[in-house]
Design a protein around this ligand. Structure first.
Ligand code: IPE
Ligand code: IPE
Ligand code: MG
Length: 249
């Protein structure tokens, strides 16, 4: 069955966000160390990015490393940071060949120097691409993002750049790391966990959530298509009644 042809191109989300979870359990299942799972997760990143770009999705945000992930064993953290450098270096050409722009959200200054450097290089070298934006959430947490936005806003109120009366959710959004991006309409989390883990707390306010038991390294284009088909079958009400939504159609 060709799942791709079942995706309605006219009803695509502009932005899909994914919590890539289950690398460690996938590795365990195969009798391997956790890092082996992370390495195999890269393949799923490539597949998903390709699938999203092929369809014409504008933004794909991937949760790659949370602020809380620093609490993992040092060896695993180092391996992840190294894998990031390696992957970015290797994939820049493919991103350019496919006209995909790389972006990042998170507290990037606290990343190891090498990781930050590779990331900034990747962002710079793909900045003119226009087909899709791939956003990596790195050393990211929703609470961190909202707090730093509040700080920056408070500073601007204090120095008179903006008045307190002009603080609305639209102005607040401009201080978030995702400023200028549409909110994700669809959130996917793999590995059968049902939580947000501090991801895009503001931006997911009205997102549809899709959970799959599939471990991230096993996530394929078909799995991505399944998530989109499920999303397209839902009625998004935004506080209205179902009848009101149907009248609009
Ligand atoms: C997701 O897989 C990758 C990162 C958080 C970096 P995990 O490493 O969380 O895998 P599990 O949840 O332990 O299986
Ligand atoms: C969330 O996964 C973070 C990323 C996918 C990068 P975790 O595996 O770290 O989440 P928790 O700790 O189980 O909630
Ligand atoms: Mg996990």
């Amino acid at each position: 069955m060709d799942l791709k042809s079942q995706v309605n191109i006219d009803k695509l989300p502009r932005h899909v966000a994914i919590i890539m979870d289950g690398n460690g359990r996938w590795a365990k299942k195969h009798g391997k160390v956790r890092v082996f799972g992370h390495r195999n997760g890269v393949k799923a990143v490539r597949e998903t990015t390709e699938a999203a770009a092929e369809l014409g999705i504008e933004y794909l945000t991937l949760y790659a490393f949370s602020t809380e992930n620093w609490n993992r064993p040092k060896r695993e953290v180092n391996a992840l940071m190294h894998l990031l450098v390696e992957t970015i270096h290797r994939e820049i050409k493919t991103l350019n060949d496919n006209n995909i722009r790389l972006q990042a959200i998170g507290d990037l200054d606290k990343l190891p120097e090498k990781t930050k450097k590779a990331l900034l290089e990747g962002i710079k070298n793909t900045s003119n691409n226009t087909r899709m934006t791939l956003v990596l959430a790195l050393n990211y947490s929703g609470k961190w993002e909202i707090t730093q936005a509040a700080k920056a806003l408070a500073k601007d109120v204090k120095n008179g750049k903006i008045s307190e009366e002009d603080v609305t959710d639209a102005t607040f959004e401009k201080y978030l790391a995702t400023a200028g991006m549409p909110d994700p309409e669809l959130l996917v989390r793999t590995s059968g966990e049902y939580r947000l883990s501090n991801f895009l707390l503001w931006q997911l306010a009205y997102a549809e959530m899709y959970f799959t038991p599939v471990f991230w390294p096993d996530f394929t284009k078909e799995e991505f298509h399944k998530a989109l088909i499920d999303f397209q079958g839902r009625e998004r009400r935004f506080g209205k009644t179902g009848d009101q939504i149907k009248d609009l159609e």
